[in-house]
Design a protein around this ligand. Structure first.
Ligand code: PM9
Length: 458
């Protein structure tokens, strides 16, 4: 039998959970406009909406919070964070931001001019928003397998080098400000990028004098997959792999709410002094002083400690194994999921789960709502609703992947919780034909999935 590692931590503080009745959950999802983002957390039993900002911090991080130096400028926690990012990730300069999208805003404003083209390995909602808001055009250059839920590939997040070169040549290199390389790729199912591909992308970009900026949000998970799937790296430490990954980038944006193991924060890191100087000017407009950029001193301290904890093998081995455990339980019951399982979540293939619904009937949104009603588990839609509309034609984007994400917070739930999740999803799968489609009744213009409201179709 397959072995899954036990939790590499003891539980020191607990938060009680509450389960509403099914009738109450039906009422709550209706009040929330069938959008799981609009549910109150207290009405959720197991919260798998996101792994963003939902980590449990360690005793050392909580102790570090007491060392918060809340000076307006020059906080000692900033210098600790700066040194940690330099040591672990290897970048020269760092600008803290309130979270990842704050860093994306700065990078996009600094690097992108009107009609520039930004190639990347599948879009991410906030990343593409900031690229487009600054006049850029995003081009997806991920390998084709990433768009096929059941296609088996060790590194489904890889960039297709031919597609990348074609985009560069068509746009002309001077109109490509940087390649946007996400490690791992959230919207593809948390899929990793191999070291070989990271290196090849960097070499190709440099041949055309183009920079590479990584979305490092889940970089530790990516490093784990390199260690376990790329033979040359099996004896390397996670820290050594991370360091090497970042030698193939000019900088990165980071949502610290994921792989830095904190509840809030992010940063922009770069080796480019000119970008750093511009970021220092812009950050005071959008975030705060360059030495806090939207974060409290205590939060920077917790992040510095979290960055070091996240690269410990027992932590990351257990984390990825939890995701694999949930995936294995669902696969054993033939529930359609994105394969192989990614780093932060199990993604249900809503098209295959609800074959009776067309994409215009919003199958992933409907499935996420149904999972909540069935089991009290909160998941997130990652399909047509998240994809939004084309900024020029105003038509819906119709992504090939129509997914529901069961996202596992870090160090929060046990395997028993995941059994409850699996049992609920399997039960629902056996009655999937009862799931009704949804239609928009309120559609925000920007990043619509956060606040949209829906009603069931007859
Ligand atoms: N990701 C997630 O749940 C939180 C918001 S959902 C739009 O997956 C990547 C790869 C992310 C990400 C956030 C951000 C933005 C950038 N890149 O949420 O602003 O997964 O810290 O980071 C979410 P912030």
């Amino acid at each position: 039998m397959k072995q899954y590692p036990a939790e590499p931590f003891r539980i020191k503080s607990v938060e009680m959970m509450k389960m509403l009745s099914k009738a109450e959950r039906e009422e709550k999802i209706k009040e929330a406009g069938y959008n799981t983002f609009l549910l109150k957390s207290e009405d959720v039993y197991i919260d798998l909406l996101t792994d963003s900002g939902t980590s449990a911090m360690s005793d050392k991080q909580w102790a570090g919070m007491q060392l918060g130096d809340e000076a307006y400028a020059g906080s000692k926690n900033f210098y600790h964070l700066e040194k940690t990012v330099q040591d672990v990730y290897g970048f020269k300069y760092i600008i803290p931001t309130h979270q990842g999208r704050g860093a994306e805003n700065l990078l996009s404003k600094i690097k992108i001019k009107q009609d520039d083209v930004i190639p990347g390995n599948m879009y991410f909602t906030t990343t593409r928003y900031h690229q487009e808001a600054n006049g850029g055009i995003f081009k997806d250059v991920i390998i084709d397998a990433a768009h096929e839920p059941s296609a088996q590939h060790d590194f489904k997040g890889n960039i297709d080098l031919e597609k990348l070169e074609a985009v560069i040549l068509e746009a002309k290199p001077e109109n490509v400000p940087y390649v946007s390389l996400a490690v791992t790729v959230n919207m593809a199912g948390g899929q990793p990028v191999s070291m070989a591909n990271i290196k090849a992308v960097y070499e190709l970009a440099k041949r055309y004098k183009i920079d590479v900026y990584m979305d490092a949000t889940r970089c530790v998970e990516n490093a784990y997959f390199i260690k376990s799937r790329e033979a040359a790296y099996q004896h390397h430490s996670i820290e050594a792999i991370l360091k090497e990954m970042f030698t193939y980038a000019d900088g990165c944006t980071m949502s610290g709410k994921k792989d830095c193991l904190v509840n809030i924060g992010g940063f922009l890191a770069t080796n480019d002094e000119a970008v750093f100087n511009q970021a220092k000017e812009l950050v005071v407009v959008f975030e705060g002083m360059p030495s806090y950029g939207g974060m409290a001193g205590r939060d920077m301290e917790a992040m510095a400690i979290g960055i070091k904890e996240a690269v410990q093998y027992p932590y990351i081995h257990h984390r990825i194994s939890q995701v694999q455990y949930l995936a294995d339980r669902l696969l054993a019951a033939n529930v359609p999921i994105v394969q192989p399982a990614g780093g932060h979540a199990v993604f249900l293939d809503a098209r295959a789960f609800c074959p009776h619904l067309s994409q215009d009937e919003l199958p992933a949104q409907a499935l996420a709502a149904a999972i909540y009603v069935e089991s009290g588990v909160r998941a997130m839609e990652r399909g047509i609703v998240s994809a939004g509309r084309d900024k020029d034609t105003n038509e819906h984007h119709y992504p090939k992947l129509e997914l529901v994400r069961l996202t596992i917070p870090r160090r929060v739930y046990t395997y028993s919780h995941l059994d409850v999740v699996a049992d609920g999803v399997i039960h629902l799968y056996n009655h999937a034909q009862d799931i009704k489609g949804l239609k928009f009744v309120y559609e925000p213009q920007m990043l619509r999935f956060f606040n949209a409201r829906f009603a069931p179709l007859p």
